[in-house]
Design a protein around this ligand. Structure first.
Ligand SMILES: [Zn+2]
Length: 592
């Protein structure tokens, strides 16, 4: 039996680490740095001794306790077994820190594979003094089309498009089908055909682990293509008379090459901070201009012929540069990366003080929500696991695909997607206390707009319950229940259990996403959607959850008969009463 487990990227953007296991062999996909939570114990101003970083975080429970993977010194005294076991291989999707940040801690005996470009970028960073925590790592280049055998599993790399050279997805062939891992990808960049090819190759996978970075944003936000980012850069160089300041991400080598050519065309030279110049040189760039005293004098003499990349931690450089209303700062996805980083406001304040106009011209490395769904529609996996997003419930699976919102450290069967019992020694499941089951109709959803579909007489016989299920799209949420579920979702796995017909699954997913109801699993399908035997239906599914080891803490439902039916299982039921049910008709009185 093949199974997979997530050690990061669950409910967060970044820190991705996925383990696929079969017969004791392990394929590890990515080794991203963990993201310190706002209340994490390892955060500024704390300074750790070099070499003690991972050990410290493991001792505090703030790093994944993956056995037989890390160097001895990294895990000493933590209870985590050190060194590889000869049956584990690591694959990297690309050289961004949220995918390779822990690579330096991986034991030297563990083979590491990636695209050749990823290895070159990692070597260049090392050569330029931007060292990996834990030490340098040796990465073996894996050509597309080559297959690495990891015990009974076979692993293939497929190039995708992202804002760094070498970005890759992987196909892990297991005895239960293919686990496709997207890495980070997009369709609006320079090479959309690569991402399309990945989707084609992954078609029909048993499991798709798909990044969902952009799902967190404003769904109506306009996405700029890479071509549009280049056009904006050129337009600004033409329009701005004075010095242009730039923030581009150094590892986006293709954009740097494109911007350099555009600047040359517009009679400007791009000048780099020494650390960035060292990195770019190590990547093979030639003819770079570096900001030293001599160059500074030239920039001052002729600001209109220069573009200066500004290091995020060296804003004081601005005081030596000829900047003001006639210059411009162009943000093209460099540091600070966005308003979520502390440096963003500081940058804005400095630029405002110096009267430098600030313009965002970048293009995201991550697919738009629409494009993510295009990828998902093409692959149509049995199960999709949204990863690398704060809003996984905004990923809407096509009919026939089960979406699983994975929990940290929990095993999932590749074949079924159902969560298996935790293996001994497994990490706690994201700190959640158990499961809460919630009903839909008349509990979360105000069904009054489709009551006319319930026909009089023998309701059960006369009503078309499938049609009734399919009429759910325009229900309003029952706000109290919605609020309660959102509150509980921070602490409990939310499982929606409804007798709605299975055909209403995609409508239901869409409804829950639209009304921002977080949930981890959706169980549908009574007898053709009919409400008969409803209590038995609910009891059956809650018993099944208990049987697979879940602690069901509470059931929320509108059915008055449910508490006694659920009592033998020892699960309490909170019954709610929908607002439209509050007017009790009295004999002889007609209610409006
Ligand atoms: Zn990335």
């Amino acid at each position: 039996m093949a199974r997979l487990r997530f050690y990061g990227g669950v409910g967060v953007i970044g820190s991705t680490k996925v383990v696929v296991e079969q017969d004791g062999w392990r394929v590890v996909l990515d080794m991203g740095a963990d993201i310190p939570g706002r209340e994490g114990l390892v955060r500024a101003p704390l300074v750790l001794a070099p070499g003690a970083e991972l050990r410290t975080r493991l001792l505090l429970g703030e790093a994944p306790p993956i056995e037989r993977l890390f160097k001895r010194e990294a895990v000493a005294g933590t209870g985590v077994a050190a060194g590889g076991d000869g049956r584990v291989v690591l694959f990297l999707s690309h050289a961004h820190i949220d995918h390779v940040g822990l690579l330096g801690w991986v034991d030297g005996s563990v083979p590491v594979y990636a695209a050749a470009e990823t290895g070159l970028i990692l070597d260049a960073l090392e050569a330029a003094g931007q060292r990996l925590e834990g030490g340098p790592a040796a990465v073996r280049a894996l050509a597309e089309g080559d297959v690495v055998e990891v015990g009974p599993m076979r692993v293939e790399r497929v190039t995708v498009d992202h804002d760094i050279p070498g970005a890759s997805g992987y196909l892990v062939h297991t005895e239960d089908g293919v686990v496709a891992y997207s890495g980070d990808l997009r369709l609006h960049g320079r090479h959309p055909e690569r991402t399309e090819r990945f989707a084609e190759r992954a078609r029909g996978a048993a499991a798709l682990v798909l990044e969902g970075t952009s799902l967190s944003g404003d769904p109506s936000a306009a996405f700029r293509s890479e071509a549009a980012a280049e056009a904006s850069f050129e337009e600004q160089l033409e329009r701005v008379p004075g010095l242009v300041l730039l923030s581009v991400y150094p590892r986006d080598l293709e954009r740097i090459a494109a911007f350099t050519a555009i600047a040359a065309r517009r009679g400007r030279r791009i000048v780099w901070p020494p650390a960035t110049a060292a990195f770019l040189r190590a990547c093979g760039s030639e003819g770079l201009y570096e900001l030293d005293d001599e160059m500074l004098a030239e920039v001052r003499r002729d600001p209109g012929r220069h573009v200066v990349q500004l290091a995020a931690n060296e804003l004081t450089t601005l005081l030596d540069l000829p900047v003001g209303p006639g210059s411009a700062f162009l943000h093209a996805n460099g540091e600070p990366l966005g308003p979520f980083q502390a440096g963003w406001t500081l940058l804005e304040q400095w630029l405002a003080r110096l009267q430098v106009p600030f313009t965002v011209i970048g293009s995201s490395g991550h697919a738009t929500p629409h494009d993510l769904h295009r990828v998902l529609e093409t692959v149509r996996p049995r199960v999709v696991y949204p990863l690398h997003t704060t809003d996984p419930y905004r990923m809407l699976p096509p009919p026939g695909t089960l979406r699983v919102l994975a929990e940290y450290g929990r095993w999932y069967d590749v074949a079924r997607g159902a969560s298996a019992l935790e293996a001994p020694g497994a990490a706690p499941s994201s700190g959640k206390h158990g499961t809460v089951c919630v009903d839909l109709d008349s509990t979360l959803c105000d069904t009054s707009q489709r009551h006319h579909l319930v026909l009089p007489g023998d309701e059960r016989e006369n009503t078309d319950w499938v049609a009734y299920s399919l009429a759910c799209a325009n229900d309003m949420p029952i706000e109290g229940t919605r609020r309660l579920v959102r509150l509980l979702s921070a602490y409990y796995r939310i499982v929606v259990v409804s007798s709605r017909d299975e055909q209403a699954r995609s409508l239901t997913d869409a409804w829950l996403a639209r009304h921002e109801v977080p949930y981890d699993e959706l169980i549908l399908g009574g007898a053709g959607g009919a409400p008969a035997g409803l209590a038995e239906f609910k009891v059956h599914h809650v018993a099944a959850l208990l049987a697979r080891g879940e602690h069901v803490a509470l059931v929320i439902d509108d059915m008055p008969g449910l508490p006694p039916a659920m009592a033998p299982l020892g699960v309490p039921v909170l019954t709610v009463r929908p607002p439209y049910d509050l007017v009790v008709p009295l004999p002889g009185v007609t209610t409006p």
